[in-house]
Ligand binder design. Structure first.
Ligand SMILES: Nc1ncnc2c1ncn2[C@@H]1O[C@H](COP(=O)(O)OP(=O)(O)OP(=O)(O)O)[C@@H](O)[C@H]1O
Length: 630
């Protein structure tokens, strides 16, 4: 067997993505390099918490009675900064996995976004993400990680200059911590300020003052360590003892985001269940907001021991909330699998969901501007709840805000909408699509606009689903303006908007009959429109079945084999239509009918049925109009 001394370092190449990330770090545009320390301290604290957790089932892991702690040591002469913890440590293989690849989905997402960002946006984007251990290479030209896994004899040293490869070598026990990890940063010349006691102390207090593990600092060899933070969990303190700054720092520490949270919800529940929650509504969108797995990131603690950040502590439509729940009602040794089924957790989930929604309601009433910002960031996510949380639907509908035709650049609540309904109006009208401007210009809105009837403009993808699923708001049903007959005659319009509608002339009726025959298989019907005032044509869906937008989405997702045919509505008062109807020539009429259908499709954001035939028909009509045809 080889002894430790005889072993040669093994060289490993970094995974391609790591090399790319490191390159970015070294040549970083990071405005604030201080964050590397927060990342290292956060890893050290996680390692201590992991040991605390694993020791519950394997008490042998930490029998030495040494309390968890993080020690930061500075050496000005050697130009080193060391972060050491007595946590779980890493085996050789764990080092290779954790420090040679990119395991964090967040880091992957970060790199994708960074690649896509324009030059000017990069710095801002980087500021929103924590990028973990690799951020050390912003300030160090060499990093050593010496680690011994709790309960194991052997110790390993990982070293790299961040340029494509790293070495791993077994080292003598005396050179390693008894347990845990020591990260040694050999600082670059221009990063030597990180050996200055006051600088580092300030950074730790500012960034990491609330990690739940005590932090000490040594600034000179053999000096007594100074305690910088006591590791008391912020959430156990009284609200009155906590400043806004404390809350914000804590939020940044647990969320890995750098923004200022919009609000926090901090309460202690007593009675049937005992738990404390400290939750934050972020001030910017987390990177994983639109991930398909829709996972939340609330952390579960039992009696201050971190258990998991994988428990579903909130419904998915509140997945942007960051924070912790600490309870004494679960056993410490509960397995992560058992947690999901625990009735205690169900009760906690209910409790904190209510508190968060109540806090949002309060914000909407007392701080409408903050709420508008909140809705801009997370409204599309909260609306998923309208669709999937039957029990809380009324509360979510009350919270929801929408763009409507009534005001530009601002949003309205459903209560605002209902208050502005016209006499005889029994439905809440909406139109859905992906682009606000395009929706605003939809011909289907014309009749509603002319009568001053407000229409909600729904642009989030979830908007195509929930209105068909929700029977009503305060007794008013939801109705798409692109579906069924527009019975606008029943509704009293604004003064001056109610001129008598002319009946369709017999010529127009004849043209409509002709078009119905000519367009045959493409449309379910051709009829006189009750909703157009300016445009000549538009497409609508039949009364029953999905609205046009929903149908497109379902078809795009392969969930509809055959789309139902649209109805072509014709504006009998349009000058164009009347002119067309007056020409008694079937070739011309056929061209006109197809062109009108194609026009309606284009107005809907679609393509003509047959682009070539469309071009030919258009050419024939142009030629005719220029007086050269026939
Ligand atoms: N001090 C440490 N002790 C034990 N393991 C560590 C330590 N530092 C890093 N690691 C391991 O390296 C991995 C990568 O660390 P990195 O900071 O890049 O991301 P992360 O900590 O997983 O992400 P996040 O910051 O979102 O929790 C960690 O998940 C952990 O497994």
């Amino acid at each position: 067997m080889t002894t430790v001394e005889e072993r040669q370092p093994e060289q490993h190449a970094f995974e391609a993505d790591v090399s790319r990330l490191l390159h970015m770090m070294v040549h970083s545009v990071y405005s604030d390099k201080d964050v590397f320390l927060r990342e290292l301290i956060s890893n050290a604290a996680d390692a201590c918490e992991k040991l605390r957790y694993d020791s519950i089932s394997q008490p042998g892991l930490s029998t030495d009675g040494i309390p968890p702690g993080i020690l930061v040591t500075l050496n000005e002469e050697a130009r080193t900064l060391v972060v050491e913890d007595n946590g779980i440590g890493m085996t050789r293989n764990e080092m290779i996995d954790a420090l040679g690849t990119i395991a964090r989905s967040g880091t992957k997402a970060f790199m994708e976004r960074l690649d896509a960002a324009k030059a000017g946006e990069k710095a801002e984007l980087i500021g929103q993400f924590g990028v973990g251990f690799y951020s050390s290479f912003m300030v160090a030209d060499k990093v050593d990680v010496i680690s011994r896994r709790a309960g194991q004899e052997e110790a390993w040293k990982w070293s790299s200059d961040g340029k494509g490869s790293y070495d791993i070598v077994a080292i003598d026990s005396v050179e390693a911590p008894t347990r845990g990890t020591r990260v040694v940063l050999h600082l670059m010349e221009d990063a030597k300020r990180y050996t200055d006691k006051w600088t580092v102390e300030k950074i730790i207090r500012d960034q990491s003052g609330h990690v739940p593990v005590p932090i000490r600092l040594v600034d000179k060899e053999a000096a007594e360590p100074a305690q910088i933070s006591d590791g008391a969990a912020l959430w156990t303190k009284q609200k009155s003892e906590i400043s806004k700054r404390d809350y914000d720092d804590f939020y940044r520490g647990i969320s890995g985001q750098y923004d200022e949270p919009l609000t926090n919800v901090h309460f202690r529940a007593e009675g049937r269940h005992e738990y404390t929650t400290l939750a934050f509504i972020p001030g910017s969108q987390p990177f994983d907001l639109f991930d398909p797995d829709r996972k939340g990131r609330m952390k579960l603690y039992v009696k201050r021991v971190f258990i998991t950040d994988d428990a579903e502590l909130l419904p998915r439509y509140l997945r942007f909330v960051r924070g912790i729940v600490d309870t004494s009602d679960l056993p410490l040794n509960i397995s992560r699998e058992m947690i999901q089924e625990s009735p205690v957790l169900t009760a906690i989930r209910k409790g904190i969901t209510s508190r968060i929604l109540n806090a949002l309601e309060k914000m909407a009433d007392s701080e409408p501007e903050t709420f508008a910002k909140f809705w801009g960031l997370f409204g599309a996510i909260v609306k998923e709840g309208i669709y999937e949380d039957f029990e809380r639907r009324p509360q979510l509908l009350k919270l929801a805000r929408f763009h409507t035709t009534a005001v530009e650049g601002a949003t309205r609540s459903l209560a605002d909408y209902v208050a502005g309904m016209k006499e005889g109006q029994s439905s809440i009208y909406y139109i859905s699509g992906s682009n606000l401007e395009q929706l605003n210009a939809s011909p289907q809105l014309e009749g509603f606009r002319a009568k001053g009837i407000e229409v909600m403009l729904l642009t989030d993808s979830v908007d195509s689903f929930w209105p068909t699923n929700v029977p009503d708001f305060e007794g008013k049903s939801f109705k798409s303006v692109t579906q069924g007959l527009a019975d606008l005659n029943e509704i009293a319009g604004e003064a001056g908007s109610d001129e008598e509608k002319q009946e369709a002339s017999s010529e127009v009726v004849a043209f409509i009959d002709f078009a119905r025959g000519a367009l045959g298989q493409e449309v379910a019907d051709v009829r006189v429109s009750g909703r157009l005032t300016e445009s000549a044509v538009c497409l609508v869906a039949s009364e029953h079945g999905p609205d046009r937008q929903l149908e497109k989405i379902l078809q795009g997702a392969g969930r509809l084999q055959t789309a139902s045919k649209p109805i072509l509505e014709i504006n009998a008062q349009s000058q164009l239509v009347m002119n067309i109807a007056s020409i008694d020539d079937n070739t011309f009429r056929e061209d006109a009918a197809w062109l009108l259908l194609d026009e309606a499709r284009i107005l809907d954001g679609d393509k003509p049925v047959n682009p070539r035939a469309f071009a030919e028909r258009q050419a024939r009509l142009f030629t005719l109009a220029m007086g050269q045809g026939k």
